[in-house]
Design a binder for this molecule. Structure first.
Ligand code: NAP
Length: 277
């Protein structure tokens, strides 16, 4: 085989495996074509995911323009049909529309359903936001779809950071809460693919903590400051450096619900300095 023929075969092999990889990527239904949906869709498509938008008006000029911008054979259909086609269902719908939408997407059994919604809130006497749910939006969605694998994620990131993570000026964390290891790992992979930093934030009940960041995140808004927050979880080597976590720690750890079956998240975080000693 001459060298140029070899090179040609190598390049074709690469192209073939790249397109196979793209074909093997999951189908993501992006439900809602607003500020978040039109950020996630184009990025995910460019990353090799098959994107199907779920919209109330899939034939509208707005959705056609989004399809053109998205490229990569993305399609648009009804919300329910998009969810049916998908492995991963990304709910980019505002509350309270979510209440209707998330109860009418059909059988979501075995699918990863990512809820990024701000929970409903009102304004407390002191003028700041106050969440009105007793549990969380994500737990309600899980309750309406008991066979789905719901994950709470991406509530703490702004759409322009999805468009361009470098616009944040530094790393941005994505805490992910779910009762399903698979859903955490899949959502974590999507976050890492997007250039963000996934963090295992515990079981779905901990979506309350993630959602409460809405209240915290709106503090500078009500204070009329110039900037809102992106959040970043910095790794700490407190355990290694302090010697904490020795006797007795195992006992506490074996009592947690996912002990021995922790999600393996993509390791994107920066490392702390070694212990000073
Ligand atoms: N924007 C952000 O930076 C940001 C950041 C963090 C979290 N979030 C959360 O992400 C979710 C999406 O936010 P967004 O800013 O993209 O919202 P948005 O622009 O207001 O709207 C999202 C889309 O939801 C669909 N929709 C609206 N009302 C609906 C209804 N009554 N029934 C069914 N579908 C309806 C529409 O898509 P179709 O016209 O195609 O049906 C709409 O374009 C929200 O829960 C929000 O709290 C947003």
């Amino acid at each position: 085989m001459n060298r140029s023929l070899g090179l040609l075969m190598f390049v074709s092999l690469l192209a073939c495996s790249a397109s196979l990889a793209a074909e093997n990527r999951e189908t993501v239904a992006v439900i809602g074509t607003g500020d978040m949906g039109d950020s996630f869709g184009p990025r995910l498509a460019a990353l090799g995911y098959r994107v199907v938008y779920g919209s109330r008006n899939p034939g509208s000029d707005k959705v056609n323009a989004l399809l053109e911008r998205t490229g990569y054979d993305a399609t648009a259909t009804t919300q329910k049909e998009a969810a049916r086609q998908a492995d991963v269902v990304l709910l980019a719908i505002p509350w309270p529309a979510m209440e209707t939408v998330a109860q009418n997407l059909g059988d979501l059994g075995g699918k990863v359903v990512i809820d990024m919604s701000w929970p409903p809130y009102d304004i407390a006497e002191d003028g700041y936001a106050q969440i009105t749910l007793e549990t969380s939006a994500a737990e309600l969605i899980q309750g309406w779809n008991p066979d789905a694998m719901v994950a709470k994620a991406f509530l703490t990131v702004w759409s322009h950071v999805i468009d361009d993570p470098s616009s944040a000026g530094g790393p941005v964390s994505i805490p992910i809460a779910s009762n399903y290891r698979y859903a955490k790992e899949k959502t974590g992979q999507i976050a890492a693919d997007l250039g963000l930093h996934p963090v295992d934030a515990g079981p779905l009940r901990f979506s309350r903590n993630i959602e409460s960041l809405t209240e915290l995140g709106l503090v500078p808004w009500y204070q009329e400051r110039d900037n809102l927050w992106n959040i970043y979880f910095q790794r700490s080597n407190f355990i290694a450096c302090s010697g904490y976590g020795g006797d007795g720690a195992d006992e506490e750890i074996t009592s947690i619900v996912d002990a021995g079956d922790l999600a393996v998240m993509p390791s994107t975080q920066l490392s702390p300095k070694p212990c000073a000693n």
